[in-house]
Design a protein around this ligand. Structure first.
Ligand code: ZN
Ligand code: ZN
Length: 409
């Protein structure tokens, strides 16, 4: 096998070429933990190599963040600094692309007062609303990718010593992003084509609603009239193709905001704001979450649902076969970027503007009118299993089997 350094370099190149597809003269904004400096440096180098005019790295550190949660004045969590909003805004204006490394330990904020977490999510959600809109309408190229950390690796491979666990996690990340293919860029092109094939099939069906059945789940989800299924690569207004998530195995659309009824149970733990929420069940009536139950992390889950009015509704429904490369790795990642790509999932909160025809240029009010949910938050949670059946219903009542026993029917 190649030395680790070499693999990390190729990963950085893949992020720059396929992830955000850096253009000549473009600015690049990287969000990284200080522990991931080696990857950030390699990505910066690859970005300049690709012609970037400027690379900015926005550093953070979970340990400093934890100190803040434990000791800062409670008022600090109720507002979001205006300069942070301006900083992102100025890069969006310049047409920058955005790269975020996810690497946090799944429960680094365990034990923090849920009220502080809820307050901060609310304030940050509002402060970054404009930025979220730019992302969720493909105005800018962006990608979310993973970087291993000791905290995270320890949770995924608890039986191994720290260095072994972290190395194993890096290898699992490299596998999931097809870095071990002969030509990873080509492998992504082929994968993009496969997912777009599913997208075309689903869009051709013009489904009115989907019915999910599994142990702990009996849920009906209606779709907006002009809904669009989407998957893999996206395109900016300037026609630059990018991959918003790496890995990605999902095809997804927006549920109709007021058209969700029944109940759904989680099938994997959800790491949210540094806390684990597990074995939970949500009950819906006319789209609204009317009951929240969780065996672990119920307080945090309730804080999430109470973020704003829109966080009481769903914004995304995504289909991922149970038999997918990530689920076949049999690794529970405790990280949504991975676990959502091994399982059917939904997202609490805002929907993507591109999930309805003409949505990319709609105002939040117009999106809401077309059935897409609007919120300052967006959090995916996993519900798929080997037992899940999903039926699609067309306008005239024709039933189309979509999933059987967790896989494409
Ligand atoms: Zn998703
Ligand atoms: Zn999502």
């Amino acid at each position: 096998m190649e030395p680790f350094e070499r693999q990390l370099t190729r990963y950085a190149e893949l992020i720059v070429k396929v992830g955000v597809n850096v253009q000549q003269g473009q600015e690049v904004f990287i969000v990284s933990q200080v522990d991931n400096a080696p990857l950030a440096r390699l990505v910066a180098a690859a970005a300049y190599e690709a012609g970037a005019a400027n690379v900015h790295v926005d550093w953070s550190d979970d340990r400093v963040s934890r100190l803040k949660y434990d000791h800062a004045d409670p008022e600090v969590f109720r507002s979001f600094p205006a300069w942070e909003t301006l900083k992102r805004g100025s890069f969006v204006e310049k047409g920058a692309c955005f790269i975020s490394f996810v690497s946090s330990g799944p429960d680094v904020m365990k034990g923090v007062d849920p009220q502080r977490i809820g307050d901060y999510q609310k304030a940050a959600g509002a402060g970054l609303a404009e930025f979220r809109r730019a992302i969720q309408s493909d105005k800018v190229a962006w990608t979310v990718v993973a970087a291993a950390s000791d905290d995270w690796a320890q949770k995924v491979f608890p039986g191994d010593p720290p260095e072994v666990a972290t190395e194993k996690l890096w290898l699992a990340i490299f596998d999931a992003v097809r870095l071990h293919a002969d030509d990873p860029v080509e492998a992504w092109r082929a994968h993009d084509g496969t997912l777009h094939g599913k997208v075309d099939w689903l869009n051709g069906l013009r489904l009115r609603k989907l019915h999910y059945k599994a142990a702990g789940t009996d849920l009906t989800v209606e779709l907006p009239d002009r809904h669009l299924w989407v998957g893999a690569s996206s395109e900016t207004p300037a026609g630059i193709r990018f991959m918003a998530n790496m890995p990605t195995e999902e095809v997804f659309t927006a549920p109709r905001r007021d058209g969700v009824n029944g109940y759904v149970s989680s099938t994997k733990p959800l790491s949210y704001a540094g806390n684990i929420i597990d074995r939970f069940k949500l009950t819906f009536a006319l789209g609204r979450i009317v009951k929240v139950e969780a065996e672990e992390g119920e307080e945090i889950l309730k804080q999430l649902v109470e973020t704003d009015e829109g966080s009481h509704y769903l914004g995304e429904m995504a289909l991922v076969p149970y038999r997918s490369p990530i689920s076949e790795s049999n690794i529970l990642f405790y990280n949504t970027l991975f676990d959502e790509n091994a399982s059917n999932h939904f997202a609490i909160g805002s929907g993507y503007a591109f999930n309805v025809e003409g949505g990319k240029t709609m105002s939040p009010e117009e999106l809401a009118a077309s059935g897409v949910n609007v919120s300052v938050t967006h959090v995916d949670f996993m519900v798929g299993s080997a037992e899940m059946d999903i039926d699609g219903y067309q306008e005239d009542g024709t039933v189309i089997p979509i999933f059987r026993n967790g896989n494409w029917a």
